[in-house]
Design a binder for this molecule. Structure first.
Ligand code: GUN
Length: 300
């Protein structure tokens, strides 16, 4: 890789560290004023390897910025009602500002019911339909961490969006749907024309080749190849699939949805995997938790 290409890397790891430094500063100021530390809880059901990793990254990030954190581990045999009871406890615990339930959940648990049980004012993942609705209506709301992190990245790297064609692939409620909304809203970093593609899109490449900003969240390693990308596009890769890799101590490496080596030379800006969108998600979760501690979204 040449120096020229490296200059175009959207380094989410370094940016996330910068944002975490800013958050740590605000925590120090809160504490000076006599407030306790912001407190995030994470509920982990079962022991899926990837979920374990994500939750441990979140807990470590809390430590770095001076937050309290609590990890609630539950067996994957837990029944829905027991999980609801845990959520009620967290809803009613004044020492906890916000909490998340790590997804995915075991199949016997209805994820919609679980997310709806979370008190909207503590829903720092922004998955409760009240927060979705408030976001759509341009009211103060917790925004889902991954889309918020992508928007923050676009903002801090001063990537123009007004009148740009953004193509999003993947329409999940966690990434594709909210990022489409946020980038088409009034004002920077929005004002883009957004095309939301998904598994039934015909001739996908005819859309991706016209993208000024291409955002890919499909979970298929190397899905986007160089021929699908316009020269000078910004490419944001949300994929993080574990692929067997015997050269790694863990036995796997993380692969994005974009064939990085062939796409990077064509792109003006591109996120690496790992070290791109992932760390930005963490920064946004911390931001939401700080908002919760301050009562900035729903009041105190
Ligand atoms: N699973 C994949 N992304 C997320 C996320 O942002 N939050 C939670 N809780 N689970 C996830």
């Amino acid at each position: 890789m040449t120096m020229h290409q490296r200059g175009h890397l959207l380094d989410g790891k370094t940016l996330s560290e910068t944002i975490q430094g800013e958050i740590a500063q605000q925590v120090t100021e809160l504490k000076k004023k006599g407030h306790r530390a912001p407190h995030l809880a994470a509920v982990l059901v079962g022991s899926d390897g990837a979920s374990e990793t994500y939750v441990s990254h979140k807990v470590k990030a809390c430590e770095r910025v001076g937050f309290e954190s609590t990890l609630v581990r539950l067996p994957d045999t837990i029944v829905e009602q027991e999980l609801m009871d845990v959520i009620d406890e967290l809803n009613n615990d004044d020492n906890i500002d916000g909490f998340i339930v790590q997804l995915p959940l075991p199949k016997h648990i209805r994820v919609d019911k679980v997310l709806e049980r979370i008190k909207p004012s503590k829903d720092v993942d922004g998955f409760h339909p009240i927060n979705t609705g408030r976001m759509v209506a341009n009211l103060p709301a917790y925004k889902p961490a991954t889309p918020d992190g992508i928007v923050e990245m676009i903002n801090r790297f001063n990537i123009p969006t007004q009148g740009c064609h953004v193509v999003v692939i993947g329409r999940s409620l966690i990434v594709g749907t909210p990022i489409s909304l946020l980038l088409s809203r009034d004002g920077y970093p929005g004002d883009a024309t957004v095309t939301l593609c998904h598994r039934y899109t015909k001739d996908l490449a005819s859309y991706t080749r016209r993208a000024d900003i291409l955002i890919v969240a499909v979970g298929i390693p190397g899905f986007i190849t160089a021929d699908m990308v316009k020269e000078g596009a910004t490419v944001i890769d949300v994929g993080i699939t574990r692929v067997a890799d015997e050269s790694k101590k863990s036995g796997f490496s993380l692969k994005g949805d974009v064939a990085f080596e062939e796409v990077a030379p064509k792109a003006a800006f591109i996120t690496p995997v790992p070290g791109g969108v992932g760390p930005m998600t963490i920064a946004s979760l911390l931001k939401n938790t700080l908002l919760a501690a301050k009562g900035a979204v729903y009041g105190k």
